[in-house]
Design a protein around this ligand. Structure first.
Ligand code: SF4
Length: 702
């Protein structure tokens, strides 16, 4: 059969934020490459479409594969990339109604039923290790046999979802053929800047499984540790060197140092084969699984960096997350590793369940003291299927069950968080994350260390950019804006507004400062909106339609209305927007209850003398769990003086301040996040208030 495997367009920018995304990795999707080679071995024809490596979006896929005759498409689905995976699935289903669509990965493994129920476009979900299950499925489909008995498969029968028991893990990893790297654009890949010295750095999977109990980990490969043989690993590395010019390798295993006899023989093999002279390598480890003898052997065999998960700087939280290590051991292992001459990457988490601000600050102080060459601070996301999920539920800080909110938040976190410890705020957590990076990296001794490391103009540029990103994080107006509203030229807008009622001429004002302020406030609002493109969005009182090009870009279905729509209709026509645009009164919005996942009420609510009926309509048209993005002027002294200085007077129909409206909305909806714009830190010097509200399931109108 002809099979296409797709890695969804979930790139480094989305994972680490716009600024830090450029330092992020672009790793080869080894899981898909393993599945592909196993299918190829059985005679099937397979391609891999790695969207991040090709720089393509979901919408590009149909054209790319049109006419290639694929019968089955398999799509990777991990929780952080859930929205992107769904986007790919729906795009393929729309373009190829007869295609068999399969998803696999941690998300459907943990939530098979829910995944199929929520996404009728998916035919099958592969659970656990994918190679054997996918092969059995493709064989059964080719031979027109029943798929009902295949272990590790979830599928539909009529309206019902059936979930078969998970298949046995691959016992001998060497039974799997080498991953099908020939199907990947190998030149496109690079590791994260903190993990590589060269451009030709690749990953070799050496082991699967982990016996430890860390609360944040779902151990998708199970507890039993299995290795490839040393010969097989050496053979794979040789291919990477000879065929792809590898200069560095990351030896991937949950904890490479767990099985010391195995690692000793691998090191022996690397040295005796001469490979250790040709490549350098890195790995992940736990501080309680190394000793000086092993570290020395690893160093001799070419290891130059180890990544350790420290997680937190307090023993209480280490115990809570079942890390099974003590702080003192972390310090000892760091000192030992450094003494032996291996550099360290350290991972920390902020915002663990029940974590207090003092504990967050202790983690930052601990990271400074440990002084790893590279440190990464992640804001805690409790993923489904982990013990952390249960801890977060107990703590009461879980804010969302929309999977598009469950990101890894390893870089500059923008947008929403699925979890914030009870009693703490989202903005506090975001600013603590930035503070942590600044505390660790903006120190004279760290500058000197980086300077000593500079051996090429390219590296100088990377370090310089990193420094600028850190400096930028303390500048006002730079926080949390991950998205930009799509701009519409001022002359066009002026043309659309000619001769008709227009409530917001500021977007085409002659003064560039006024235009910039107003477009950037829209950036702040769209940055708050969901990244789930499947959402049905409503532009509530769309005015002259400035937001419509953005909404049609970001969401699959957008509807807009206003009492006066002439200008918006002209804009819609000019941009060929497929958006229903209705003339309607906001007091009687012409939509059924719960019609929308997301409603934008931007610079609109202040215009209504009577707020209650409009707010009540907003509440009604949102579905339970749906979100409202709200933006209005503060009308504080700073705003009024600024408006006067820029030559504007207060419009007669600005009846309310942002604070009044926010208070009114809070009666019906839960305030999820709010910020002052442009200066979040000070309400005195802000011009707008932008906020995200959620309609809680089961909440009735007051
Ligand atoms: S040691 Fe690593 S792989 Fe093992 S449970 Fe902890 S986080 Fe997961």
């Amino acid at each position: 059969m002809k099979v296409l495997l797709v890695n969804p367009p979930y790139g480094a920018e989305e994972r680490y934020g716009k600024d830090l995304g450029r330092f992020g990795p672009l790793n080869e999707p080894l899981g898909l490459a393993y599945i592909a080679s196993n299918l190829e071995k059985a005679g099937h024809r397979v391609s891999i479409l790695d969207a991040p490596a090709l720089g393509i979006g979901s919408g590009d896929i149909p054209e790319l594969i049109q006419g290639d005759g694929y019968q089955i498409v398999g799509v990777t689905m991990l929780t952080p990339m859930y929205a992107r995976s769904v986007e790919v699935v729906r795009t393929i289903r729309d373009a190829f109604p007869e295609m068999v669509i399969v998803v696999g990965g941690a998300h459907p493994t943990i939530l098979p039923k829910e995944t199929l129920l929520r996404n009728p476009e998916i035919d099958f979900a592969v659970l656990g290790e994918g190679e054997g299950v996918m092969l059995n499925l493709v064989n059964a489909l080719e031979n027109e046999e029943s798929t009902a008995e295949i272990f590790g498969l979830a599928y539909r029968t009529g309206d019902e979802i059936r979930v078969n028991p998970v298949a046995m893990s691959v016992t001998d990893l060497d039974d799997l053929p080498m991953p099908a790297r020939h199907l990947l654009p190998m030149n496109a890949y690079h590791m994260t800047r903190s993990r590589t010295k060269s451009n030709h750095a690749y990953t070799v999977s050496v082991a699967r499984g982990c016996p430890f109990d860390c609360a944040f980990c779902c151990r998708i490969f199970g507890r039993k540790v299995r290795h490839h043989s040393v010969d097989r690993i050496l053979g794979e590395i040789r291919i990477l060197i000879e065929r792809y010019g590898a200069k560095e390798i990351n030896l991937e295993a949950d904890t490479l140092t767990l099985n010391k006899p195995f690692l000793n023989s691998l090191c022996e093999g690397l040295i005796s084969s001469g490979i250790s002279k040709r490549i350098a390598w890195t790995c992940e480890s736990r501080v309680d699984t190394v000793n000086s003898e092993l570290l020395r052997r690893m160093k001799q065999a070419g290891c130059w960096q180890i990544s350790y998960g420290v997680e937190t700087g307090t023993q209480r939280l280490l115990d809570l997350i079942q890390k099974g290590i003590i702080l003192e051991r972390i310090e000892r292992t760091f000192a030992l590793t450094r003494q032996i001459g291996i550099t360290i990457r350290a991972f920390y988490m902020l915002g663990l369940p029940t974590e207090t601000r003092e504990e967050s600050l202790r983690t930052i102080a601990f990271a400074k003291r440990l002084d790893a060459e590279w440190s990464q601070f992640t804001l805690c996301t409790p993923f489904p299927g982990t013990e952390m999920w249960n801890l977060a539920v107990q703590d009461g800080g879980l804010r969302s069950q929309d999977w598009s909110d469950f990101k890894t938040h390893g870089g500059w976190t923008s947008g929403r968080l699925a979890y914030v410890p009870k009693g703490r705020s989202l903005s506090e957590m975001k600013s603590l994350q930035k503070r942590a990076y600044r505390a660790v990296y903006m120190r004279p001794k760290v500058f000197l260390r980086f300077l000593r490391n500079v051996d090429s103009p390219g590296k100088l540029r990377v370090y310089g950019t990193g420094l600028w990103v850190l400096i930028k994080s303390v500048l006002p107006g730079s926080r949390g804006l991950s998205k930009k509203a799509r701009r519409v030229g001022k002359n066009l807008l002026k043309e659309f507004a000619r001769g008709v009622y227009v409530d917001s001429p500021v977007y085409f004002a002659g003064n560039p400062l006024v235009r910039s302020i107003n477009w950037r406030k829209l950036d702040a609002a769209v940055s708050l909106a969901s990244s789930d493109p499947a959402f049905r969005a409503l532009d509530f009182c769309c005015g002259n339609g400035v937001l419509l090009p953005t909404l049609s870009r970001d969401f699959r279905k957008t509807v807009a209305f206003d009492l006066h729509t002439t200008a918006a209709a002209r804009l819609k026509k000019q941009f060929h927007l497929d958006i229903p645009l209705l003339r309607a009164d906001a007091n009687k919005a012409p939509f059924k209850n719960g019609s929308f996942d997301l409603v934008f009420a931007l610079s609109s609510l202040e215009h209504f003398r009577e707020l209650d009926p409009v707010v009540s309509e907003l509440f009604r048209v949102l579905r339970p769990g749906g979100r409202l993005v709200f933006l209005s002027p503060t009308e504080n002294l700073f705003y009024r003086i600024g408006r006067r200085m820029l030559g504007y007077t207060k419009p007669e129909d600005h009846h309310h301040t942002a604070a009044t409206i926010e208070g009114n909305l809070s009666r019906f909806l839960r305030l999820y996040y709010a910020r002052n714009w442009p200066f979040d830190a000070s309400s005195l010097f802000s011009m707008y208030r932008v906020a995200l509200f959620i309609k809680e399931a089961g909440k009735k109108e007051d």
